[in-house]
Each structure stands twice: as structure tokens, then as C-alpha cells.
Design a binder for this molecule. Sequence first.
Ligand code: KIV
Length: 300
Amino acid sequence: MEGRQKVTAPWVLRAKSRGRKLSVVTAYDSTFSRLLDEAGVDILLVGDSLGMVVQGQSNTLGVTLDEMIYHTKAVVRGAKRAQVVADMPFMSYQVNVDQAVRSAGRLVAEGGAEAVKLEGGARVAEAVERIVGCGIPVMGHVGLLPQSVLAMGGFRVQGREQEALKVLIDDIRAIEGAGAYAVVIEGVPSDVGAQLSRAVNIPTIGIGAGPECDGQVLVCYDLLGLFRDFKPKFVKRFGELGNAVVEAAQRYVAEVQSGAFPGEEHSFAPREPAVPPVEHTGAEPLTVSPRVYGPADDLP
Ligand code: KIV
């Protein structure tokens, strides 16, 4: 395959038995989608983490289905080889199974998603089964569930106690039994990630779940060092693009202020033959009404 063959659900499913580790990264727009696809990322996840890194919210609960469709469309336009998976946002599948099927259908039919992801174990198994029954591949998500942040009392590592591990094993098996083709495991100790990966035949994709998962997923803003508010333990920054953005923008500000930008090479050639400059009319210079704009003495 390696080349540029399109990544599909059956290909992902087979990756585990072939021992091929899966690389998954979130994407929210077409430019990043194109770049990550070019880099050879297998799956682009349009994560509802966009609520935090794009919209600036403190969790993912406020993200709507319409917003997910909007971002999915953009990511699909940039992806050639990678499979595009869209997250089902909070309250787009929890009400009942019919709602779940309708929401998944919209992400595929309107957004162009090639699979959907939803959070939860046994309690969402029926929804997974019905969505899969409609021909839509489903990726599960167990362990730390960001959409349950209020119930969990924060973003906390899950599965530390033996009893909790048993529940997680039941959950991941329920998701596999319902027909999911892959499952994300988030925020569990590494031995738990390994045990859960051994408990199922579908590929597991870890985020903060240790090295023994069948693949890894990172939020692209974390991976690239663009999101700098905090850095969870499981994040490795493979670049420091946040610093690069600030430095580039600082150079731009300085060159605009000094007049160095735009230079001749960034300007359209003057008209030929040269046109005489507009004469000054002699009118009084425009004075800005302080009632409208306020005083300017606070300019840096
Ligand atoms: O929304 C998201 O980005 C996710 C990943 C963290 C797995 O669900």
C-alpha cells in the first residue's frame, strides 16, 4: 500500500493483524488536512477538541453538529490518502439511537466524513450497531471521555482500580461486538492500554494510553506546539510552531511600522506612463471626532 492508496475502514481493520501501527492526528481545516495528508498520516480525526483549540472553550461540550459538519467538509477537501473521521459532538447521539443514526448520517452525507467516532462503552453499543448497520464505519472511544468531563470531575486518568479495568474491558468488547472498526483509548495507565489492546481484535488508537496500543492519536495543535496554554503529560511536541508564529508576526509588525514592508518586490509595478500625483485640494486636514473614536494618546 504504502504509496498513496486511500485509507479505508477495512484497511485500518487489517492493520492490527499486519502489525502496522496507525498514525492519527486531528485536523480542523483544509490547509492542515493537506499538510498532514502529505506527511503520510493515516487518519485525520475532525475532533470535537476543536472546541478547545480552535474556539477557545474550556471543554468540548459546546461544539455543535453543524460546526462539526462545517469543519469536516474543510478537512475532506484537503485529504487525498488519509481517512477522514468525524467526531459526533456532545448531545448528538446520547438522546436515543434514532438521533445517533441521524447525526452520523449528516456527518457523512453533508460533511463527507468516511467514518464517525463516538464516546462511551456498553451504553452506546446499540447506537454503534445501528450506525454500522447503515453502512457507516464507527470508531469507538473509551477510557477518559472528554464529553463526560462534568461527571468525571475533570480530565482524569481512568482505569487505575481493578474494578474500573474490568468495566473498561467490558466496554471495549461491547464496542467491538457492536461492529466498530477501531477504538480510541484515552487517558489510562500504560498497562491498562496494553490489556485493553489485547482484549480486542480491532485496532486500538491510544492517547495517553501507553505504547502498546495499535496506533497513536494526537491533537495537531499539541503535536505542532501551537497550543501553549498547558501541556498534558502524554503530549510530545514534534515542533514549536507557536514560537515560530509569534516570531514571524513580530517581524511583520516591525516591518510594517518601519515601512520595510511592502517592498518593491511585493508591490504592483507603477502605471506607465507615469500618472501625475493627485494634487492636494488645500482643504483642512481631517480631524477625527473624539466623540466617535476617543482620544489617541494611548497609542504605543
Ligand atoms: O476530539 C479529539 O480530538 C479526540 C482525540 C483526543 C482522540 O477525541
